[in-house]
Design a protein around this ligand. Structure first.
Ligand SMILES: Cc1cc2nc3c(=O)[nH]c(=O)nc-3n(C[C@H](O)[C@H](O)[C@H](O)COP(=O)(O)OP(=O)(O)OC[C@H]3O[C@@H](n4cnc5c(N)ncnc54)[C@H](O)[C@@H]3O)c2cc1C
Length: 388
């Protein structure tokens, strides 16, 4: 069988690329080993798909080359995706920090993409196992359901996270096969696990959450921190995890927007115990355990000046050394991937292999939490769709 364009991966990026190359009249076939399209879109945003963000900027992405994503993000904006959503009469709302979610279900986004694909004649082959990819003049893709040839091959196989939703390393293997460098992949937007000692200390806090500012390598994220039975999660922790390297510490300001030392000084003469005083600002159970391990609780009037300075310092720079992360099983995305230096930022084509394109999460472009990752999939898919 022949097609002008083969796209491997019927996820966010692959579907967007198919729609846009189909609009240009190119015969397109999408291959996917899964039995359904857009599985990660379906689970995204807790089932309501945080499909873009109103504040998209290159600063919201991690990449060895922070400039690579700029061109695609400038050419396909959040307003462009919102226009498509409106055209399909899907209702949506803005939540905090510019995040845009469906009011209904993520399925509406998948249905929209499927309808758009159908309207431009995109063919889809699901349950399709890729066995071998070669190239002479054209790409030859051998599958369990026959051999397909094409001029252009688009790799849109996503990252390694959530293998139960169909994630594989095929994209990285194809890149390596054609001599493209890979930035070592790592789980990102992922909960941290505690060391054994910290698990014993904080295990009973499982389920408790607090507002904090988490700092990892100088990158600060403000938001909820959630204690789990394994470690720490919640938006601020997930964001910090994308910057974390094994063995490093993170700093947590447990009292953001509050000057702990001033509070201690203004209660200097009080007989209130430290743990009860902290319970006014922090979950009670956390305040008690924190005192138990770091600052044995006494009436405030019994601390000397240095102790109060140390206590406030500890509260505003609580140091945690995670043992690791929960890994790809629960990571929302994968950082690293195909080195952007190998690709044209204008077309997403490999510089040294004509006709070979990489789009979406398989590339070393990783977004913050908040609709940035799906937006990268749309923008890079749209971009490649103009050229394949
Ligand atoms: C639980 C969860 C919630 C998320 N929520 C959000 C959110 O609300 N907002 C946001 O912006 N981002 C969110 N993300 C991230 C976002 O879903 C991804 O970044 C995005 O889907 C990546 O798009 P992609 O097309 O590159 O890859 P994917 O959507 O992962 O698509 C890759 C496709 O390739 C196929 N494939 C893989 N290997 C093979 C193979 N060997 N052979 C054939 N086909 C293959 C897969 O079956 C899949 O269909 C979430 C992720 C998860 C896991």
């Amino acid at each position: 069988m022949n097609s002008n364009v083969i796209i491997i991966g019927a996820g966010a990026a692959g579907l967007m690329c198919a729609i846009n190359s189909g609009k240009r009249g190119r015969p397109v076939i999408i291959l996917d080993h899964a039995s359904k399209i857009g599985q990660k879109i379906l689970v995204s945003g807790g089932g309501r798909c945080n499909f873009t963000n109103l504040n998209i900027q290159a600063e919201n992405y991690l990449s060895a080359n922070p400039h690579f994503c700029k061109s695609a993000l400038a050419r396909f904006t959040s307003q462009d995706f919102i226009a498509m959503v409106r055209k399909h009469l899907i209702s949506y709302q803005e939540k905090e920090n510019g995040c845009i979610f469906c009011n209904g279900s993520s399925r509406q986004i998948v249905d929209m993409l499927r309808d758009e694909c159908n309207s431009v004649g995109v063919k889809m082959r699901l349950n399709c196992k890729i066995q071998e990819i070669t190239k002479n003049r054209r790409f030859i893709v051998k599958t369990n359901s026959g051999v397909i040839e094409s001029e252009s091959l688009v790799v849109a196989t996503g990252g390694l996270s959530y293998p139960n939703l169909g994630a594989t390393d095929l994209g990285h293997r194809v890149a390596a096969q054609f001599g493209l460098r890979i930035i070592p992949p790592k789980p990102a937007l992922v909960p941290f696990t505690f060391s054994r000692g910290d698990r014993e200390k904080f295990g009973e806090l499982s389920g408790i959450s607090l507002e904090a500012v988490v700092n990892c390598r100088g990158h600060e994220f403000c938001g909820e921190v959630l204690f789990t039975h394994k470690g720490l999660s919640g938006p601020a922790i997930l964001q910090a995890s994308s910057y974390w390297e094994h063995g490093e510490e993170i700093l947590v300001n447990l009292l953001p927007g509050v000057d702990a030392h001033s509070i201690f000084l203004s209660n200097r003469q009080s007989r209130i115990e430290m743990k009860n005083m902290l319970s006014r600002y922090l979950p009670r159970r956390f305040a008690h355990i924190w005192c138990e391990f770091y600052f044995p609780s006494r009436p405030l009037c019994q601390y000397n000046d240095k102790e109060l300075i140390d206590a406030s310092h500890f509260l505003q720079r609580w140091i945690i050394k995670p043992a690791g992360t929960e890994g790809y099983g629960t990571a929302e995305v994968t950082r690293g991937g195909v080195d952007t230096d190998e690709l044209s930022s204008k077309t997403m084509e490999a510089k040294k292999v004509a006709g070979l394109y990489f789009i979406g999460e398989v590339i070393d472009v990783t977004g913050h939490l908040g609709g940035y990752n799906l937006h990268w999939a749309w923008a890079s898919g749209w971009t490649a769709g103009q050229y394949v």
